[in-house]
Design a protein around this ligand. Sequence first.
Ligand code: FAD
Length: 640
Amino acid sequence: MDRAIPRRDFLNGAAMTIGAAMLPAAVQASDLKTDELQNHAGYNPPTSNGLRGSHPGSFEIAHSLRDGTFWQNAAVPERLAGKYDLVVVGGGISGLAAAHFYRERVGAGAKILILENHDDFGGHAKRNEFHLGGKLQLLNGGTMLIDSPTAYSTESAGLLKKLGVDAVTLDKQCTVHGFYKSLGLGPGVFFDRETFGEDRLVAGFEPEGLETPSHAASAGKLKAFLEKTPLNEKVRQDILRIEQANIDYLPGLGSAEKKDRLSRISYKDFLLNIAKVDPGVVAFYQTRTNGEWGVGIDAEPALDCWALGLPGFQGMQLEPGSAPHMSYSAAGYATGGSDRFHFPDGNASIARLLVRDLIPPAVSGHSVEDIVTAAVHYDRLDAEGSPIRIRLNSTVVRARNVGEPSNSREAEVTYATGKQVYTVHAGACVLACWNMTIPYLCPELPEKQKEALHYLVKVPLVYTSVGLRNWTAFQKLGVANVHAPGAYWNSVSLNWPVNIGEYRSPRSPEEPMLLFLSRTPCKPGLPAREQHKAGRMELLATPFKLFERKIRDQLARTLAAGGFDPARDIEAITVNRWPHGYGYEYNPLFDPEWPEGQAPHVIGRKRFGRIAIANSDSGATAYTDVAIDQAYRAVGELIA
Ligand SMILES: Cc1cc2nc3c(=O)[nH]c(=O)nc-3n(C[C@H](O)[C@H](O)[C@H](O)COP(=O)(O)OP(=O)(O)OC[C@H]3O[C@@H](n4cnc5c(N)ncnc54)[C@H](O)[C@@H]3O)c2cc1C
């Protein structure tokens, strides 16, 4: 476990030379126009390994602002000459979409500055770029795919169309459906000794539900799977029962009454107290909701789990469709969903398409097919004379109206980069950043609005990309993706097989491959928002070395029988740490039902003079379509 990973160290070393130069503390620039870090030769953040996501250097200024120490140590802001029509805070999909919509409304000459605290644009929609065996391989560092519980709105669908994105056609033409199955690889479960008494990988579990809607496990297949697991006989029988039997666990009630009851208890309570399963069953299902909501089944309503496709409800005659007291996602899933498509780098391709639309010289190419391999010229993102500019490594520390908010005609935005602090002026400002930062940027906001903005706690997540020398161990073991209900990483999957433009995903198990690992840190037993806060603290305190050890340990234990050796087979690791991940979605178990217009995200997003608020937080959920819709609304408020 302690042997060095020579190729990995080399890759890290190469990328980190640039990484170190990127830390804001290292900024020596006296004149931003010529010496921004993003203008340096070789600047290409997606190729960096190590800790990405909220990477070191991206959040320290914001945290010192929160802790009240920023202004004690800050330089006097220097006012930059000129005036923009719009300053956008946050270079995620919402911020980029806000710039697009503003220019569309105001005209091609609109002068827009986008300020982003990370070293790259895209917000959560980031890309991890590897060159393994001399070949480009990509994974999403955050926002994974075009996929929402509800169909995209006219505005969000319209924007994708303008960018050339047709999810249905792309999916048909580029996703190699059934590829792993054709090699005999399928889903498996890793039972870890800490939770289940012994380490054992069992192939052949195809859970029903959202992820694999067409693979309802046959009774024989499930039984055969369960017999190979370390679960005891009673637990196996109960899993078979809830997965297969058509039992009405709430006889005598109508569909609406059942739904009401199921919306008020957790899925864990449903299993234990209504379906009356052995407590050992809970460990098997505990983390099946983590990827969707960031918490386990102890904190998710049973009714939401019905909508997600978890078992136990098939005999309960619940009417299709959503019901009162469901979360946003569950209500959507119960009635439909959007089209789906995964670009090899996730929705980072949408961010790149948006940047090409806003600043054409900055991103090469001209089609949706070539965006994946297009070069980004970071030194053209903030070019003198360009009407739209994106300035990276720049944390906004203040946004205020010039004069009284009620009749202000101008906003003043202050940002810090390293030790330097600058002020820019604009006709308007869109805060497309995270809700909980806004009260620190705008202390003048009404107290009720600040309180509302603080209410939403983002969901922490880690998406990790691991470069492998080859994937023969997966082939030998017959697995393409492994759910690990009790382990550190909830899931381990071979990369999506997608070919687009000149990009080709690996075909042979002898070829290098990227693995996708995910973890959603939480503290079962606490209310959802408390679990998210605890998970965030955990993430911020976890060094790369520990993530790396957990990767090596879990992969070795899962894949040992396939001949996997972490020191030999791992070539590179990128840990995308998102302490502030998904936008918070109200959880019917813990959040009240607010009267119309009184929910915290509605109060929180109210326009404040020349400052409007976008970002998916202001839609109280975590989807790309919502990030775009909120940008459209915010721009509309400023222009009205
Ligand atoms: C791991 C992960 C996976 C996801 N997967 C999906 C998916 O598959 N499909 C989907 O639809 N959605 C997914 N999402 C949700 C995702 O958040 C949205 O789809 C969308 O990308 C959000 O865009 P946004 O611009 O609203 O927010 P963000 O992407 O968070 O962008 C906001 C930006 O503002 C910056 N910022 C904050 N404060 C400041 C400041 N003071 N100064 C300057 N900049 C600041 C932030 O650093 C950030 O870059 C995922 C989210 C995560 C974390």
